[in-house]
Design a protein around this ligand. Structure first.
Ligand SMILES: [Zn+2]
Length: 364
């Protein structure tokens, strides 16, 4: 193909940028939108893969109130750099680089004050949540260069879409104070729970247990070499008793009254429970399980820029486990159906990725 027609194709592609628009709660459709301007300090990324997050599904149905009609969602992505805004080219980034991006964007004036705790900036905007930004269920996205992270050499591009959920997991594990020798229970074996297991295994935590109801998810996690308990088969504390009793740390990746009660009951006196799941906005807590038992209950939400960069390394270093967490790769045309099925409880054990670039371009 001549370079002339390459240029034409590129232009055509740019003028018809496909985006997945949340047309109304419960319905998403492909629509062409103009490509956003690439300002000074910004990077234009051609999106390859964007993962469907639990929060996107609850946004799709309208249940979490954290997404708006007309919005283009998507915050777990990988792709390649297609261009830069005017001005100096950002240091260390080159056109064609395979990248992911950290969706937590800070105004320039907050970057020093909130260094290493970017998620605490009250003026942060989260790509994929902020309805005024076109996010990455789209062919292209524009992201500040400071949020762009080059993938390790040889890392499969689709694994770049796992960095964001892995950063959520790593942050929760750090918030829980896990050093590496603890016995840890993970409640909820969905994509976040699975990422927590990936990180705990990568950190060399010797004893990890997971509680998960779905048989498909249980077998996916067992494939990672971790014992999984079915909490619907009996009392979780009793079941854990057969694995050496209460644990030092529990990560609650569900976030309901039931899961928190289980988490507290399964954790030793003086131990820590980390709440990262967002299953219910209000929960009931047994106060004495915290006060008299001197347990620490900590919250965890998103991640710092450092967590994000460290998560990218963990995913790069564990390609076999990362690959096992991707259950399905779908075309954008099938996304609405996939969202609908996931919202209706479709049993897909791991991550579903929407492939925006031609899959042949990223064939391994
Ligand atoms: Zn997410």
């Amino acid at each position: 193909m001549s370079s002339d027609s390459d240029a034409t194709m590129r232009d055509e592609r740019k003028s018809t940028v496909r985006t997945l628009v949340l047309e109304e709660f419960g319905r998403m459709a492909l629509a062409d939108r103009p490509i956003p301007d690439v300002a000074n300090g910004d990077v234009l990324i051609r999106v390859a893969f964007t993962g469907i997050c639990g929060s996107d599904i609850h946004g799709y149905t309208g249940h979490n109130g954290r997404r708006a009609v007309g919005q283009v969602m998507g915050h777990e992505s990988s792709g390649t750099i297609e261009g830069f805004g005017p001005g100096d080219q950002p240091h260390g980034l080159t056109i064609g680089d395979a990248v992911t991006f950290n969706p937590v964007v800070l105004p320039v004036e907050d970057r020093v004050e909130f260094a290493d705790r970017e998620q605490h900036s009250p003026r942060k905007s989260v790509i994929g949540v902020d309805p005024t930004r076109n996010a990455s269920f789209a062919d292209y996205i524009v992201v500040p260069a400071v949020n762009v992270l080059r993938l390790a050499d040889g890392m499969p591009v689709e694994h770049g879409a796992l960095v964001e959920p892995t950063a959520v997991a790593l942050h929760a594990i750090r918030r829980a104070g896990v050093i590496g020798h603890e016995r840890v229970l993970v409640i909820g074996g969905g994509p976040i729970g699975q990422s927590v297991v990936l990180v705990l295994r990568a950190l060399g935590v010797p004893e990890v247990y997971v509680s998960e109801i779905s048989p498909g998810r249980r077998s996916l996690i067992e494939g990672m070499g971790v014992p999984v308990i079915d909490p619907s088969a009996g009392d979780l504390v009793e079941a854990l008793g057969r694995h050496g009793g209460p644990v030092d740390v529990t990560i609650d990746a569900v976030g309901s009254s039931r899961s928190l009660a289980d988490a507290l009951a399964c954790t030793v006196l003086g131990g820590t429970v980390c709440l990262v799941g967002m299953g219910e906005p209000q929960v009931r807590l047994d106060a004495f399980q915290i006060s008299t038992a001197e347990r620490t209950l900590v919250g965890s939400f998103t991640y710092s820029a450092r967590d994000f960069a460290d998560a990218a390394e963990l995913v790069a270093d564990n390609p076999v486990t990362a690959a096992s967490l991707i259950s399905r790769v779908i075309e954008p045309e099938s996304a609405d159906e996939a969202f609908m099925n996931l919202a209706n409880g479709d049993e897909i054990p791991g991550k579903v990725l929407v492939a925006f670039a031609q899959s042949a371009e990223y064939a391994k």
